[in-house]
Design a binder for this molecule. Structure first.
Ligand code: ARG
Length: 587
């Protein structure tokens, strides 16, 4: 099914064509001035040049050609030549009835689906996943849900940070503390123990100590570098030890992502492409794209019209170690070989923008990216109430697990305050608190344009009124409860009638869903969906306040209003699902 705006654009486009003008000028959108009309087309202004007529004269000709259309109750020209359109209630009602009958709520599925790889999350081995990775996870997951809903084949990859110097730091720190372990005995022929010699807590304690030691002591840093190179060259003991780091870290990540309701198709890491690196480097060298610079192997990527200096991408340091950019480049090779994607989205902090610009340029120059369009989907920082990057009260990085715990506790307190879920079995109540806590955190993040910084303020995120996740959940739950009460008194949703003044705005709001989805895709911006959900919930709340559905005497009107309520519920549940937010059965 087509969206209202697509349908109107087509009708108005035909009117432009009838006037000998390009049909694209008929693009029609929701009006910025609802007092003048529900929809508007500004094409006459652009057409004036081509037509060599004043825009108003063009608008008049287009309007004349539209007179025969039955969809419109009002057609008017405003200002220099804006065409304002208002639909008949019959047309609007029929469109909403069609949306209600459509499994996709009027959102067209992509006729030729794309293969989309989403690289997000990006936590690092041995470091707790912190709030910096939270935004990547929340935004990335929402985009993954959006592309899947559009009908594309999506492949999400967590791209674990499991390679490079931090691994060498850990290995040497453990070696210094426990030189007796078999991993460090070069004469040992294996097999190595199945049980990890370290827990996640150990790793979290070891890493900062090791990093600080390497910062202070050049000899210690050299040791870590050498261990990294040995690991990358597959020294068996180091390799076995490193496998334990991965296993231990993945178990914790699995738990964190699970609580957030985020799933990945691939749990690959930087290390997975290690074996592709030599051939890739040979290819780049053969194509004369890589050259030696003070011992390091680099790919110059600067272009003539750069406004800012873009330094070369470093492939290999003088000691032979590979870099973050090298593994990212080899990961492109791997992804193109395995999936031949149309699009690869990297949902990573905007502060890494230069890195991705270098990697993408190198990939394109070397012809490594196949048909894929590579895009960095950056985002701003999450700040504390003091306006600085978010820290715990003690000044440390907040672990994701602790943050989720805090959100759930706060949700629990809010439920009590609001007198919600009070008489539920403990298990159900805990589940509601979990859903509300996570909704608060996710919605607060996704409702901002991703590039903006925002302030982490659980108190505000958790309110049941205003632009919050809990408000939207509550709005949906209220509709569920309305439908249950109606069913109890034998009233069921029925045919959707043309709107009266009470229903019209809600219908127009719901009809915008396909536009919101399209805008979210075009800008890679879940905030478009969040805005839409909030607008729809508010429109429903105004509608609900001005009618008395349960006591409506006209059964036809009642059935239609129930059907409109049910459609609003489905729409909210669908959009919240695209944001990764669950709706409880009741609360
Ligand atoms: N592990 C990285 C970090 O913590 C993020 C990885 C992002 N993805 C990528 N393909 N580079 O900063």
């Amino acid at each position: 099914m087509t969206s209202l705006t697509a349908y109107l654009s087509e009708i108005v486009g035909r009117a432009f064509a009838a006037c000998g003008l390009p049909a694209e000028l008929g693009r029609t959108q929701v009006s910025d001035r609802p007092d003048l009309g529900q929809f508007q087309c500004n094409g006459a202004l652009a057409a004036a040049k081509i037509a060599r007529k004043p825009p108003r004269a063009v608008a008049e000709a287009v309007v004349d050609a539209l007179r025969a259309e039955e969809a419109f109750a009002g057609i008017a020209i405003a200002g220099p030549g804006f065409v304002n359109l208002t639909l008949t209630d019959g047309f609007l009602g029929a469109h909403i009835a069609a949306m209600a009958g459509d499994a996709r709520l009027g959102v067209p599925a992509r006729p030729d689906p794309l293969t989309v790889i989403l690289d997000f999350g990006g936590p690092n081995v041995a470091k707790p996943m912190h709030v910096g990775h939270l935004r990547a996870t929340i935004i990335g997951d929402s985009l993954q849900r959006l592309y899947r809903f559009l009908g594309d084949r999506t492949i999400s990859d967590v791209h674990l940070g499991d390679w490079g110097l931090p691994m060498g730091m850990l290995i040497t720190e453990i070696r210094n503390r426990r030189p007796d372990l078999p991993y460090f005995d070069e004469a040992y022929a294996g097999p190595y123990p199945d049980d990890a010699p370290v827990t996640l807590e150990d790793l979290e304690e070891l890493y900062p100590v090791a990093a600080a030691a390497c910062r202070d002591d050049p000899a210690r840093l050299e040791e870590a570098r050498a261990a990294t190179a040995a690991l990358q060259a597959h020294r068996p003991g180091y390799w076995a030890l490193w496998r334990h780091f991965i296993r231990v870290s993945l178990a914790a990540l699995d738990r964190d992502f699970g609580t957030l309701g985020v799933r990945f198709d691939l749990f690959k890491g930087e290390a997975d492409v290690n074996d592709l690196i030599p051939a890739m480097i040979a290819h780049l060298t053969a194509k004369d794209l890589a050259r030696r610079d003070e011992g390091a192997l680099v790919v110059p990527v600067a272009e003539a019209d750069d406004k800012q200096e873009i330094p070369p991408l470093i492939l290999e340091k003088s000691d032979g170690g590979v870099m973050y950019g090298t593994t990212d480049l080899a990961t492109i090779v791997d992804r193109v070989q395995s999936f031949d994607p149309d699009l690869v989205l990297y949902v990573v902090d905007q502060r890494q923008h230069l890195h991705f610009e270098q990697v993408f340029r190198a990939a394109r120059k070397a012809g490594l990216s196949g048909k894929a369009r590579l895009e960095h989907i950056g985002f701003g920082t999450m700040n504390g109430l003091d306006g600085r990057p978010f820290k715990t009260r003690a000044g440390g990085v907040m672990k994701l697990q602790d943050l989720i715990g805090a959100a759930t506790d706060q949700a629990e307190a809010r439920l009590t305050e609001a007198g919600l879920a009070s008489d539920y079995p403990a298990e159900e109540r805990a589940d509601v608190a979990r859903m509300v806590g996570i909704a608060a955190v996710k919605f607060a993040d996704l409702s901002n344009w991703r590039m903006s910084n925002y302030i982490f303020d659980l108190d505000r995120f958790m309110r049941f009124e205003g632009r919050t996740g809990p408000y939207l959940q509550y709005a949906a739950v209220r509709i569920k409860s309305l439908l249950r009460k109606a069913a109890d008194q034998g009233a069921e949703p029925g045919a959707i009638l043309p709107p009266s003044d009470i229903e019209r705005d809600l219908m127009l709001e719901l009809a915008r869903l396909p536009d919101a989805v399209a805008a979210a895709e075009a800008k890679r911006a879940p905030s478009e969906l969040a805005d839409f959900a909030y607008g729809a919930a508010q429109a429903f709340s105004r509608f609900y306040a001005s009618c008395h559905i349960l006591s409506e005497a006209d059964r036809g009107v009642q059935a239609s209003q129930l059907a409109l309520s049910a459609l609003t519920l489905r729409t909210l549940v669908q959009v919240l699902d695209l944001l990764g937010i669950e709706v409880p059965e009741r609360m």
